[in-house]
Design a protein around this ligand. Structure first.
Ligand code: 3PY
Ligand code: MG
Length: 257
């Protein structure tokens, strides 16, 4: 990993991220140029194939935007290994329900003694052996890689103390979309039950000295949560392109009216 957001999160810096749902490295490069701190390459909902997300990680590095990969879930070790070995600076793990899910996430993303990630120092993540050598690479990787758990099920909220006491987790990310669905109130962003639950997750994260991030749909949504969360994602590459393209077309059409 070339770029780490871990120490920046610990220092309380407010960070802004964006999702890569499209599979274009150029999109990632441009998002870096726009000044985002991190990009989440979505391997849960989007359709990146493994060799392609290597290109997205490279594009992120060129523009110094930290590449985080959202793996499909906490169960399959291979998903973590491929993303991190290619040089992702962290993993976002969705569909967390239990303490076992958190333990697996740490086991697959951190080297011993914290986890049990399969070892090889000659990976791209260590610039093929040249970045930290063959001994220092493992502790350095553990220092730099962010293991971020996505709280988006009511079960994860019920088990929050068990989950957050697992050593090796770096951060909590709140997913209001699935969380609302899991609570039986899909799409109801202002529902007091959802609002209270989000507040509770952020408070708990801070109680465990972890940073709390959140998916924000709009600046208005961020205004509501700015005092409770430390970092946010602000949209998708594809929706940013769609909105800008729609507006540009409208503006040009307006010029000939
Ligand atoms: C959700 O809100 O469910 C997400 O996965 C996005 O953060
Ligand atoms: Mg989700």
């Amino acid at each position: 990993m070339e770029l780490s957001i871990k120490s920046r999160l610990v220092s309380g810096e407010k960070l802004f991220g964006v999702w890569a749902e499209g599979s274009s490295p150029t999109n990632v490069e441009v998002l870096g140029m726009a000044g985002y701190d991190f990009v989440i390459i979505d391997n849960e909902h989007a359709c990146h194939s493994n060799p392609n997300f290597l290109h997205l990680i490279r594009a992120a590095e060129i523009r110094e935007i930290a590449p985080i990969v959202r793996v499909p879930g906490p169960v399959v070790e291979d998903h973590f290994k491929k993303a991190l070995d290619m040089g992702a600076s962290g993993v976002l793990v969705p569909n967390i329900y239990t303490k076992e899910d958190a333990e697996r996430s740490v086991r697959y993303s951190k080297y011993a003694p914290i986890g049990n990630r399969g070892c090889c120092p000659f990976l791209r993540s260590n610039l093929y052996g040249t970045k930290y050598g063959t001994v220092d690479y493992y502790p350095k990787s553990n220092d730099e890689v962010s293991t971020i758990l996505l709280f988006e099920t009511k079960e994860s909220v019920a088990n929050i103390d068990d989950i957050l006491s697992v050593h090796g987790i770096d951060s909590v990310f709140i997913g209001p979309v699935d969380l609302a669905m899991s609570m039986g109130i899909p799409g109801d962003n202002n529902n007091p039950k959802l609002v209270e639950t989000i507040r509770y997750i952020a408070r708990k994260a801070h109680e465990y000295h972890l940073s709390a991030g959140m998916f924000c749909e709009s600046p208005e949504m961020l205004r509501k949560w700015v005092n409770e969360v430390d970092y946010v994602t602000t949209g998708y590459d594809v929706s940013i392109l769609l909105n800008a393209a729609t507006k540009a077309l409208q503006d040009f059409k307006a010029a000939i009216c």
